[in-house]
Design a protein around this ligand. Structure first.
Ligand SMILES: O=C(O)CCC(=O)C(=O)O
Length: 265
């Protein structure tokens, strides 16, 4: 799949692009069965809510490790995911920085505070914001089940110095309260990324985004595939975060079979 010139301009202006129904029901069924299997694994790369329910499953795209998955490995290599990401990042040489399935469980699934992904990734040592995330919804996404919200155009502000938020079971770098209030007051309305399972969104690493509690009776499952330009890989050292969140595999990712997910069933 190639982005049109108009889509590329929109990505540059808004910082995100939505692809309704990008993956079929059959593909979503394969990825959902895999998510259910992965959620039963105990490993460092499986993060739980304080209640014990699974919040996130990292590193599902490699062919080794506790949370490896043939289907998710295929997903990150499909032309539908990889080709637009290469175009958005302006290079044919990109690799997966990390993958993460956020399983936001019914009633228990909690907030992701407003943040920019590059808030963390610059601290990991990535020199430039040449990074983007391709997210695919594996369940229908509605506002009530804790949809992802993005703030259009906010990537143009550049990186905002974050604080370390410890309010959830996955501690990370978020935008300070006074700063985000002021940005929200000056901006157009945040956009919820809603739609049927199989819908996808590609967004820039400086785009402000967040999501709320899952107040519904069903789990909300999304996979986030974060990409980096190979030329932008960080230097690794003793203080680098673990491989499941900052991948050590920085080789350019090849385009593979667009039917790879179905073949993994
Ligand atoms: O799953 C969500 O609702 C948001 C996740 C997110 O923003 C992130 O993982 O960076």
């Amino acid at each position: 799949m190639q982005l049109s010139e108009e889509q590329l301009l929109r990505f540059r202006g808004d910082g995100f692009l939505v692809f309704p129904g990008l993956f079929s029901k059959a593909e979503v069924a394969v990825l959902r069965a895999e998510t259910a299997r992965l959620a039963s694994i105990e490993a460092d790369s499986v993060i739980r809510e304080r209640t014990g329910a699974v919040r996130s499953i990292f590193r599902v795209h490699e062919d080794d490790g506790a949370t490896r998955s043939v289907a998710f490995r295929a997903l990150v290599r499909t032309p539908r995911v990889l080709a637009p990401t290469r175009q958005a990042l302006g290079t044919g040489e990109v690799y997966v920085y990390h993958t993460k399935i956020n399983t936001k469980p019914a009633i228990e699934g909690t907030v992701w505070m407003w943040h920019q992904d590059y808030g963390s990734w610059q601290r990991d040592g990535c020199p430039r914001p040449d990074m983007a995330t391709f997210a695919v919804m594996l369940t229908d996404s509605v506002e009530m089940n804790g949809a992802l919200y993005v703030l259009p155009g906010s990537h143009s502000r550049g990186r905002i110095e974050p604080y370390y938020d410890e309010s959830t079971s996955y501690k990370f770098w978020a935008v300070p309260k006074q700063e985000i209030i002021s940005v929200l007051q000056q901006s157009e309305k945040p956009v919820p990324i809603v739609g049927p399972a199989g819908t996808a969104v590609l967004f820039h690493c400086n785009l402000l985004h967040a999501s709320g509690h899952n107040l519904s009776a069903e789990d909300r499952w999304h996979i986030y595939i974060s990409f980096n330009a190979c030329a932008n890989a960080p230097q690794f050292g003793p203080t680098s975060r673990p491989d499941w969140v900052v991948s050590r595999n920085t080789k350019p990712l090849p385009l593979e079979d667009d039917a790879g997910v179905l073949k993994a069933a």
